[in-house]
Design a protein around this ligand. Structure first.
Ligand code: GLU
Length: 289
């Protein structure tokens, strides 16, 4: 049996906080305990929000925690061509289509729809109304030729039909205690964006491609991504990629009961370190031995 492979995949758009420390240390400890490997991946496809100094801080903070990872580290922005190829393959297979509406137009379509309340995805965002899926290939080509800006969306109806019923193996649990063999519900996400003009990929697409390419056998991450796994299973199936085992862990909450987030200035590991905390203190704070 080859050793299990774990990964921690932060986005360099802020300083790591206790929630990241929990996820990173849990992955690292599980890898150690099972004689497995631990990889680090920098998920920096969002060029507007990713910063090299945040990436440097990730390495510094993880090393301070006592985490050791294999090198070279995979950085998603180095592989955009690969993701682009995969999206083109999906489009050629009739599984993705260009959608031309701006965010404001989509919001207006939803507001004016007789269907209220408009359905939302598990993250709470309104589903794409799907008007562009109905365009003929000729209409699409004409718009693309005319230089209209577009995103590529998954045709979830065709994709779900082609993939059939999907499950994943959950070793942790979902927000309502889902565990074991969990039925994927990709239809709950509608026609997700797979690629944008400025970024020829998306979180969902690059994460499944990289997990497969890096031979990840165990995806251990926060429960906020539990239902995103539905889309990941669907993309794995469509792209012929293997499915890892998943373990979603509970999220650390701030004093106000909300999940910690970089954007809301959760106390960073470096601030705690500056205040004199030790890596052992951090483990105690997050309840890891
Ligand atoms: N890059 C994602 C984040 O920082 C994590 C992705 C994953 O673990 O699948 O939230």
């Amino acid at each position: 049996m080859p050793p299990p492979v774990f990964r921690f995949a932060p986005s360099p758009n802020g300083y790591l906080h206790l929630g990241h420390a929990y996820s990173a240390l849990l992955n690292f400890d599980l890898a150690r305990a099972s004689g497995g490997r631990f990889l680090l991946r920098i998920e920096d496809i969002d060029r507007a929000r990713s910063r090299p100094d945040y990436e440097a801080a990730i390495y510094e903070d993880l090393a301070w925690l006592g985490i050791v990872w294999e090198t070279p580290v995979r950085r998603q922005s180095d592989h955009l061509g690969l993701y682009r190829d995969a999206v083109e393959r999906l489009a050629a297979d009739g599984l993705a289509y260009p959608a031309f509406e701006s965010r404001a137009e989509i919001a207006r379509m939803i507001e004016q729809s007789p269907r209220q309340p408009w359905p939302r995805d598990p993250d709470g965002s309104p589903l794409y109304p799907g008007a562009a899926a109905a365009l003929s290939p000729q209409q699409r080509d004409a718009k693309v030729q005319a230089g209209e800006p577009f995103v590529l969306r998954l045709d979830s109806r065709v994709a779900c039909r082609r993939a059939g019923a999907l499950v994943w193996e959950e070793e942790g649990c979902g927000p309502s205690g889902e565990t074991g063999s969990v039925a994927a519900r990709p239809e709950a996400w509608g026609d997700v964006v797979l690629a944008r003009k400025e970024t020829p990929t998306s979180y969902h697409l690059s994460v499944v491609i990289d997990d497969a390419l890096q031979g990840i056998t165990h995806v251990v991450r926060g429960q906020d991504l539990f239902w995103a796994t539905s889309v990941h299973r669907l993309l794995q199936q469509l792209l012929g990629l293997p499915a890892p085992v998943y373990r979603h862990h509970g999220l650390l909450r701030g004093e106000d009961g909300r999940k910690l987030s970089k954007s809301e200035q959760a106390v960073s590991l470096r601030a705690l370190r500056d205040e004199g905390a030790t890596p052992q203190n951090i483990r105690e704070m997050i309840g890891l031995p």
